[in-house]
Design a protein around this ligand. Structure first.
Ligand code: PNS
Length: 159
């Protein structure tokens, strides 16, 4: 079985994340674990439980996926799940350096796990959780960028 992990902070999960999971789950992998990282250097506005819940709701209806939280090293978690692939999205050139560094380090930590990158669909190339939060905080319309559940959760957060 062709299993991948799709790790991230997902603070919060966006339509860009969903697009990537949907395409990868339909066209490439038998099973994808969406792995929500607990210990992140970024200051998350949503708790781990909230980020998991919102990812689950945003992905409702997509088959062969599962959303789970993790702490500790990603490669160890991937091994536990029997995943041979780390899936990441690569949007713009500025993503490259960070992704290259992470994938090289993960390869050093476990040489049996490969990182694979998908580019976003055109309409999501610009989308990021950080921008979505900023727009929501300033009262802008984020309906096109996130699920209704995430939109409501952001609204409540910034009330
Ligand atoms: O969405 P993000 O914040 O870019 O995701 C980063 C994430 C969660 C994939 C990365 O920080 C990670 O893998 N964290 C788990 C801890 C780990 O394995 N660190 C070593 C990476 S080389």
């Amino acid at each position: 079985m062709n299993i991948a992990v799709y790790p991230g902070t997902f603070d919060p999960f966006t339509n860009g994340h969903k697009d990537l999971v949907q395409r990868a789950a339909t066209n490439i992998f038998d099973k994808i674990y969406i792995c929500v990282a607990e210990n992140t250097k970024k200051d998350a506005i949503f708790s781990m439980a909230e980020r998991i819940d919102l990812a689950k709701k945003s992905l409702a209806g997509i088959k062969n996926i599962e959303v789970i939280g993790f702490s500790g090293l990603l490669v160890d978690f991937a091994k536990e799940l029997d995943a041979k692939v780390i899936l990441r999205g690569l949007r713009v050139v500025s993503d490259f350096e960070y992704e290259f560094q992470m994938s090289s380090m993960n390869k050093k930590l476990n040489e049996n796990i490969e990182s694979i990158f998908l580019t976003p669909s055109e309409s999501y190339a610009f989308l990021s959780s950080t921008l979505v939060k900023e727009i929501a905080e300033l009262g802008g319309d984020i309906s096109r960028f996130v699920s209704p559940e995430v939109k409501e959760a952001l609204k409540a957060k910034y009330k």
